[in-house]
Design a protein around this ligand. Sequence first.
Ligand code: MN
Length: 296
Amino acid sequence: MSDKFAKLRHELAIANRILANEGVIDAFGHVSVRHPDDSGRYFLSRSRSPEVVEPNDILEFDLDSQPVASPTVQLYAERVIHGEIYKARPDVVAVGHHHAPAVMPFCISGDPIVPVFHLGAAMGAIAPFWDSRDEFGDTNLLVVKPAEGASLARTLGKHSMVLMRRHGATVVGSSLRELVFRAIYSCDNARYLSEAKRLGNFSPLTPGEIEMAQAIYQLPNAQSRAWEYWERRLAKRGGMPAGPMSVAAAPDPSLARLREGAGRLAKAAAKKAVAKKAVAKKAVAKPVKPRRGKRK
Ligand code: MN
């Protein structure tokens, strides 16, 4: 893959790890970003736990979710979620799919998730509910067929998040950072909603509040402030992937081998010279031998 996308793959690896670090995704779940120069393609990791995704794990797919280069590694089975949403939603730049503990009670009970605090407005007014049985009957609940991905995309419609019965949720964003922001705060919102329901009194934000709160969180400063916070938390745990700069700056291994070889030759030459000197000294100055030993 071209180095042109080294920065983007690095950013996507960080997004994967942030969502893992913040408890949105665990061993499963995945995050993708649309190709910046080709809206008919997207980037997604090979099948790997998001917490350990490296920039080099990230591959390019077409919107039928076929890898652009023939793969030598295992791919995510559910990548049609990404491809079919990119097909249906030209405005979407990033997609994340997760099974976060915060949303699972709603995926099981069918109770709607509604925004109940200011940052919760990031999820939008409502997250529609997709029931795979409506079109496909009994399945293993994974979204693996293109028709299943397309059905999910239809239920998502123009919304920002869709709940998936007894499975999880899929979130979209107009940028990778907005997706991460939305995924994290929609999970916080779901948790607060569960708690508030237990207390017995809750109501959603009004449509006006949702609109005004969204305008605030979409400001570039709010997005970068949150990203910096999550990135720092990840870095504190030693979870950052190797940077694109350090990858680019890494010495050429062939140069290293040359240097190693040169080093060996120099060492051998030095050893030879010392031995030669010792022989010469032995020949001309036998009496100083003990003093030379002491000086060492
Ligand atoms: Mn899943």
